[in-house]
Write a protein that binds this ligand. Structure first.
Ligand code: FAD
Length: 490
């Protein structure tokens, strides 16, 4: 090991091979669900250094766990407990290599923070539309490796749709320059698409060429209060018909989500006098004018109110008001994390089946896991829900009596934090209940967060034998030594 560390120091510089306390922040995931060990955290500064490190690891059969901003939600960037791996952090590779405004493309190194890419594009009067609540820390390499979604997929697509070319270090340590800015290129297998969404299991993305779009003149946001999810789906159809491609965001969150945000972030409050079961955040991006966007949104909301789809609605009159509405939506994940451990499902079903999925699955969970709190929110416009489950509020009148008795019965089995342990012990049963429903409704068990180590066993349950075999064949062909993020996805 000492020899390996010395060689790594020789390749990237002693200051960039972190061990001990310096390495600790890289060994636990954002949700604090996974903690692993590693020989070291290695921080190369260039694609060539990444290639040199990978060659050394291939030579010594040392597993590599690539890491960007470490905001992933499925434990993909966390090493296992063996301590045999290195974490390869791309954080120092954070340069924008260039912008081709006429071609509407930008080349960024993998460790560029998403917000930096957005700002660099905006400085040239262009839009890079990938947008998610973790954009201040998540990196473009991580975004592509997870094929991130976010809040603009409805109009611009996932990270995959926004990428034209990649630079990748293969598991043998070869540097592949596929940084093309072409929109048409049918010259055989699309290698780029293999690495996108591979969660670091097939190679290391060192840079990407992404698509840019014209910056809209105005963005206008509204929040509508609704009675149920079915009305939200009908409102989506209405908004799409009224606004066409101007509609760039359509986010759903429940009253339970809003209450959690209000509880943990006292600055953020509902703009409505009354409480409602569901809320929808709509965003229009207009290429004509602010007045045009306001008018379009007002007439859409007016129709929704007249038809009884919306019970109330507010339209932001300034950027600050718009930000305040978005913050209600963007603080949900953090509020739920502050509330304690929770069980996340990142699912998608066809939009036409979302209302039935939520209604049936809520009822099933209440039947089998009484008292659980559903914290459901997500990108309704893409059919993607974060169908999350928090434990009952212990001690409150909401708690189910049977659950409390069960907790008391099991108390002797746990030395600490009984309620949380009992809750998490039901994770796989809850997963199965929700994911069986997803399958019933022709959906996916991971819409945008990926598989990582969290959903690896679930993948085996829901993918066909043929798909799994093809995935294993690809993995073996590219990474025969199994050094590239082993134990993730497959
Ligand atoms: C508050 C919050 C909100 C979020 N909202 C969304 C959302 O709306 N939509 C969404 O899709 N996700 C969301 N996420 C999840 C997360 O932000 C995304 O998955 C993001 O794309 C991860 O980027 P990262 O740089 O942090 O990657 P990391 O967490 O560091 O890594 C993620 C995976 O990619 C691999 N990887 C990282 N960099 C590379 C590379 N250069 N080459 C090869 N493999 C690599 C890692 O090994 C790991 O498997 C959210 C997370 C948080 C905390």
């Amino acid at each position: 090991v000492a020899d390996l560390l010395d060689q790594l120091r020789g390749l990237v510089g002693a200051a960039h091979v972190l061990t001990g306390a310096d390495a600790a922040p890289f060994l636990t995931d954002w949700r604090k669900r996974f903690t692993g060990k590693a020989h070291a955290v290695v921080r190369p500064a260039s694609a060539q250094q990444v290639a040199d490190v990978v060659k050394l690891c291939a030579h010594t059969s040392t597993p590599i766990v690539p890491q960007g901003g470490n905001t992933g939600l499925v434990g993909g960037a966390t090493p296992d407990a063996s301590g045999n791996a290195i974490v390869l952090s791309l954080a120092r590779m954070n340069k924008i290599r260039g912008i081709d405004a006429a071609n509407n493309t930008l080349i960024a190194e993998a460790g560029c923070v998403l917000q930096t890419v957005q700002e660099a594009a905006a400085a040239q009067g262009r839009l890079f539309p990938l947008s998610l609540a973790a954009e201040g820390s998540a990196t473009i390499g991580g975004n592509l490796s997870t094929n991130a979604g976010g809040t603009q997929v409805l109009r611009y697509g996932n990270a995959r749709e926004l990428c034209l070319g990649l630079e990748v270090v293969t598991p043998r340590g070869e540097l592949w320059d596929g940084l093309t800015g072409l929109r048409k290129n049918n010259t055989g297998y699309d290698l780029r698409d293999l690495f996108i969404g591979a969660e670091g299991t097939l190679g290391i993305i060192t840079a990407a060429c992404v698509k840019l779009f014209p910056l809209p003149r105005a963005q206008v946001t509204a929040l509508a209060a609704l009675n149920n999810v079915e009305d939200a789906v009908t409102l989506l159809g209405l908004a799409q018909a009224h606004c066409g491609p101007t509609l760039t965001g359509f986010e759903l969150f429940s009253e339970a989500c809003l209450k959690l945000v209000e509880k943990h972030f006292s600055d953020h409050r509902s703009p409505f006098g009354a409480r409602h079961p569901q809320y929808v955040l709509l965003e229009l991006s207009d290429h004509e004018s602010e007045a045009h966007a306001q008018q379009l949104l007002e007439s859409t909301m007016q129709t929704a109110l007249e038809r009884g789809l919306a019970q109330d609605a507010v339209i932001a009159q300034s950027q600050a008001q718009s930000r305040a509405l978005w913050e209600l939506r963007e603080h949900i994940s953090e509020a739920q994390a502050l509330e304690g451990k929770n069980i996340k499902h990142d699912i998608s079903v066809p939009i036409s089946r979302i209302a039935a999925f939520v209604q049936e699955t809520d009822a099933l969970l209440q039947q089998h896991f009484a008292g659980m709190r559903m914290v459901t929110f997500g990108h309704l416009g893409d059919g993607n829900l974060h169908y999350n489950v928090s434990p009952p509020e212990y001690g409150s009148r909401n708690i189910d009596a049977a659950f409390e008795v069960k907790m008391a019965e099991k108390a002797h089995e746990y030395c600490a934090d009984t309620s949380e342990t009992l809750f998490l012990s039901q994770q796989s049963a809850i997963y199965q209940c929700v994911h069986d429903q997803v399958r019933k409704h022709a959906g996916s068990i991971s819409a945008e967060h990926g598989i990582g180590q969290l959903k690896r066993e679930e993948l085996l349950r829901y993918k066909s034998e043929v798909e799994l075999r093809l995935m294993r064949v690809i993995k073996l062909a590219l990474d025969p030594l199994n050094i590239m993020n082993p134990g993730k996805v497959l």
